[in-house]
Design a protein around this ligand. Structure first.
Ligand SMILES: Cc1cc2nc3c(=O)[nH]c(=O)nc-3n(C[C@H](O)[C@H](O)[C@H](O)COP(=O)(O)O)c2cc1C
Length: 307
């Protein structure tokens, strides 16, 4: 019997697999395909203080082994999310992680305070969205701003806070340490890498926002490298994400140092992907001679080298 349970701050996970924020909406569409109670947790779409329409279209483009998106944090606003979306999700036996976003420090505080009084199990602090011009993205690339916004959000809410790191920095460890010093309970990493595509026939960027965030299998090696670095430098649990499509991908993330994983873009290709990975994980762990998820975590750091 393979033990797939993982306990993280605020999150008692029956398995380590959850959909990533922005790639599962608020679960309504996916609930038509399978019972959401199968999921280890659900990371819901970003919440901002007021409703956002998001960026102009086109806002997605295909790339080799991935996709670009510049949705721009489209969401109905935190009050509607609490009143309607969380109410819809409440009957499911799975913890909900709310994604907190904004343009100013005050926005983050307001959203965190409101979600702090809701049924969510934890907050994911999105300081890493590359697709909104104002605020948020700057907080994710400047360690002092990341420290301040994390501290303010911790003060505004008693829920555990997972700071979502941006890969669009030269030194990921400095950002992780800033979050840790500010009192973060965990990290989630990584968000998308800023990219661009140009259409040869129009000679213009394909995405109306010009740049977008690259996700999918193309970014997995970047995420694995960053998680491996951060695992050695800070003492916080990590939820890993970026290009996960198979159970071996999950094992790779766990070995690098993630304690759980989130599946993003793959949900758009196969809406059953999270459930399939959860169903397949025990056999995959067993095939690699593991008897629990816990014993895989950080495994790549403990191997002895033969002389
Ligand atoms: C269409 C789309 C929308 C996203 N929206 C959000 C969001 O609202 N908040 C957030 O923190 N991350 C958002 N992300 C980033 C994902 O949660 C994830 O970090 C990233 O896509 C890497 O995982 P993947 O390669 O499995 O997609 C979004 C990604 C995509 C593709």
């Amino acid at each position: 019997m393979i033990d797939t349970k993982v306990d993280l701050p605020g999150l008692q996970l029956k398995n380590p697999v959850m959909p990533a924020s922005g790639c599962f909406g608020f679960g309504r569409e996916f609930a038509q395909f399978y019972d959401l109670s199968h999921l280890g947790a659900i990371m819901i779409k970003a919440a901002t203080a007021t409703k956002r329409f998001g960026n102009a279209t086109p806002r997605v483009a295909e790339t080799a082994s991935g996709m670009l998106n510049a949705i721009g944090l489209q969401n109905p606003g935190v009050d509607a999310i609490i009143g309607e979306e969380l109410a819809f999700l409440e009957p499911y036996q799975t913890p909900i992680v709310a994604n907190v976003a904004g343009s100013t420090m005050e926005d983050y505080q307001e959203v965190a305070a409101k979600l702090g009084n809701s049924t969510v199990s934890a907050l994911e602090l999105n300081i890493s969205c590359p697709n909104v011009k104002e605020g948020g993205v700057q907080f994710g690339v400047d360690p002092e701003l990341a420290y301040t916004v994390t501290k303010l959000v911790k003060e505004a809410s008693a829920k555990p806070v997972y700071v979502k790191l941006s890969p669009n920095v030269a030194d990921i460890v400095t950002m992780a340490k800033a979050a840790e010093e500010a009192g973060a309970d965990g990290l989630s990493m990584i968000n998308t890498l800023t990219g661009m595509r140009i259409d040869p026939s129009t000679r213009k960027p394909i995405i109306a926002n010009q740049t977008g965030g690259l996700s999918g299998p193309a970014i997995k090696p970047v995420a694995i490298r960053m998680i491996h670095q951060v695992y050695q430098a800070v003492d916080l649990p990590i939820i890993g994400m970026g290009g996960i499509e198979t159970t071996d991908d999950i094992i790779e993330y766990l070995l690098a140092g993630a304690s759980a994983v989130a599946v993003g873009s793959a949900n758009f290709k196969n809406p059953y992907i999270c459930k399939e990975l959860i169903d397949q994980l025990p056999d995959a762990l067993s095939a690699h001679q593991f008897s629990s998820v816990k014993e895989v975590i950080g495994g790549a750091h403990y191997q002895t080298t033969s002389t």
